[in-house]
Ligand binder design. Structure first.
Ligand SMILES: Cc1cc2nc3c(=O)[nH]c(=O)nc-3n(C[C@H](O)[C@H](O)[C@H](O)COP(=O)(O)OP(=O)(O)OC[C@H]3O[C@@H](n4cnc5c(N)ncnc54)[C@H](O)[C@@H]3O)c2cc1C
Length: 289
């Protein structure tokens, strides 16, 4: 039960939504409601206004632009992302992360924009968003702002979005030829969130040498991160089992890993290397076709 009073607004344009947020004291955007409403029921979030953006149909679109950028509207549900053919073909790690979220009900209602804006440290989609170097396009009263994924996630439940800004779309840049990607997670047995999740994106040269690798890790630390030491270690190698294992062993380098009832910090570090190895293997295999 939600015990505190609030006003509910459902505007049909983004301009109206921004103006409504601007007039509120501490209004919040409502997307799928699968993270916000549980917090309101627990009294942990008490917005005076809920601005339901689900009537803004344009925010739901998934489209490819002429230069190959894939634009995912903030209201695209986890299910629609998991089932989208272009995403499956070009951004497999994103499709796999979306398919790994919760259960069918959560995937049908929950949105990518809600997942990124909520910034739960154990959420799945931040990992591929980071690994693909996506841009989060935010719109607020001062206009549009593009936020690189690497600058977006600040701390648990804290992002670079300013008060009153709405994340409108997530822009995934075109990937070069011979690029493969994969997302794998160690699932919490009860909540299904990622105890650790790893997205790997690998580009190979014609002779199979690894030209570029990007690894996004979620669940392991207070905020999702790029495993830069592992990325450097695999780049320029033949991408064979030994090189992948050596790179994956560095995937948690420099990070303070979380310790909680689900996993100790030490176990999480172990999981990061195991899942980095598996994701790199799969992405490399896909890059080579
Ligand atoms: C039972 C259960 C299991 C789950 N399991 C998983 C899991 O395995 N993996 C996983 O990643 N997630 C999981 N989730 C969370 C789920 O993915 C949520 O859908 C997601 O975290 C939030 O998306 P939403 O659309 O529901 O956002 P909402 O709940 O509507 O909003 C969440 C927060 O984001 C803000 N917000 C939403 N959209 C925008 C926007 N466009 N611009 C600015 N701010 C915005 C809201 O104001 C709010 O603060 C689970 C949830 C449940 C209930």
């Amino acid at each position: 039960m939600i015990t505190h009073p609030f006003s509910y607004q459902a505007p049909s344009t983004i301009e109206e939504a921004i103006a409504t947020l601007g007039r509120s004291r501490d209004g919040k955007v409502l997307a799928g409601g699968h993270s916000l409403l549980p917090l309101m029921k627990l009294g942990l979030a008490q917005p005076d206004t809920l601005v339901d953006i689900r009537k803004i149909a344009s925010l739901r679109d998934i489209r490819a632009e002429a230069d190959g950028t894939i634009v995912v509207g903030t209201l695209a549900t986890h299910r629609s992302i998991a089932e989208d053919r272009t995403i499956g073909a070009k951004l497999a790690a994103l499709a796999e992360a979306a398919a790994a979220v919760g259960d069918p009900q959560v995937r049908s209602r929950g949105t990518i924009g809600g997942s990124l804006a909520h910034a739960d440290p154990a959420a799945d989609e931040p990992a591929p968003t980071l690994a693909f170097d996506a841009i989060i396009r935010a719109i607020g009263s001062k206009g549009k702002r593009d936020i690189p994924a690497r600058e977006f996630f600040k701390a648990p439940f804290e992002t670079a979005l300013a008060p009153g800004e709405i994340a409108a779309e997530i822009r995934f840049p075109a990937q070069p030829g011979r690029t493969g990607s994969a997302y794998l997670k160690f699932r919490h047995p009860a909540s299904r969130f990622a105890v650790v999740g790893v997205a790997a994106v690998v580009t190979a040269k014609a002779d199979g040498t690894i030209e570029r690798a990007a690894i996004g890790v979620t669940g392991a630390a207070e905020a999702p991160f790029r495993a830069t030491a592992a990325e450097r270690a695999i780049t320029g190698t033949k991408g064979d089992a030994k090189a992948i294992a050596a790179a994956a062993a560095k995937a948690a380098e420099g990070m303070t890993t979380l310790s909680d009832l689900a996993a100790s910090s030490e176990y999480r570090r172990h999981l990061v290397s195991v899942y980095a190895k598996r994701a790199l293997e799969r992405a490399t295999q896909r890059a080579r076709g």
